[in-house]
Design a binder for this molecule. Structure first.
Ligand code: DC
Length: 221
């Protein structure tokens, strides 16, 4: 039986990553943070002195992406997130990165029986046939507060107003780009996580997953 694919999309700070990891633990599924791939590319491009406009240069860098790029601790920086959001607007760059994500969903590592992918276009473009599609939203001020606290817990200095500005700039770019813009798939279930704990979000998702025909078919008593 093919792996059960769970697509989670939404803007930065909406709780996708926490939910994806929680679900992966719960069901022993493989998880792919697709934003990390874009961040790794953004970080590599910043190091190479990219001019933010050359698509050919960005495509070449995407083709040469390595595990070392993915493991780079700089990937968590907000400057890198903004570069990621900018390079993510290029359709030929996305085409290079899309294949890896699709392969992961079809054959998750470790022979896992399910794959959870979180990002911006998983339900719409990468895995349009995923039987479970979740889309998380939250007020931007709350997302900025979460992000700010995360930075502080990592010992990274930042200013809340700057974090909020960055989130708004990224939201706008991710939603307005022509290729694979951030938006819910028609069959996605949407949750506003603004006033919810991560436990409540996990419980909402588990209810949806466990009542889906795809999950039931794989867990017949
Ligand atoms: O999820 P994140 O905040 O780490 O993502 C960083 C940027 O990467 C985001 O602003 C847009 C881009 N991205 C994308 O375009 N498509 C994805 N599937 C994931 C991320």
């Amino acid at each position: 039986m093919s792996p059960l694919v769970i697509a989670i999309d939404g803007p930065s700070g909406s709780g996708k990553g926490t939910l994806a990891r929680g679900l992966a633990d719960r069901y022993n599924f493989a998880v792919l943070d697709t934003g990390l791939i874009y961040r790794a590319l953004g970080s590599r491009l910043l190091r190479l002195g990219w001019d933010f406009t050359s698509e050919d240069f960005a495509v070449q860098a995407a083709q040469g992406l390595t595990q070392e790029d993915l493991d780079n601790p700089d990937n968590r920086l907000d400057t890198v997130a903004l570069a990621a959001s900018r390079v993510a607007t290029f359709s030929r760059v996305r085409a290079v990165l899309d294949q890896y994500q699709r392969d992961f969903s079809k054959a998750p590592p470790g022979g896992k029986t399910g794959a959870i992918l979180d990002g911006r276009d998983i339900g719409t473009v990468i895995c349009p046939d995923a039987p479970v599609k979740l889309y998380l939203v939250a007020e931007d001020t709350i997302r900025a507060k979460r992000r700010f606290e995360e930075l502080q817990s990592r010992g990274i200095k930042g200013i809340y107003a700057d974090v909020l500005d960055d989130i708004r700039a990224r939201d706008k770019r991710d939603k307005e780009r022509k290729t694979s813009p951030l938006c819910p798939a028609k069959d996605a279930l949407i949750l506003d996580t603004s006033g919810l704990t991560s436990k409540e979000v996990l419980s909402w998702a588990c209810n949806i997953i466990e009542s889906s025909p795809a999950f039931k078919a794989r867990h017949k008593a």
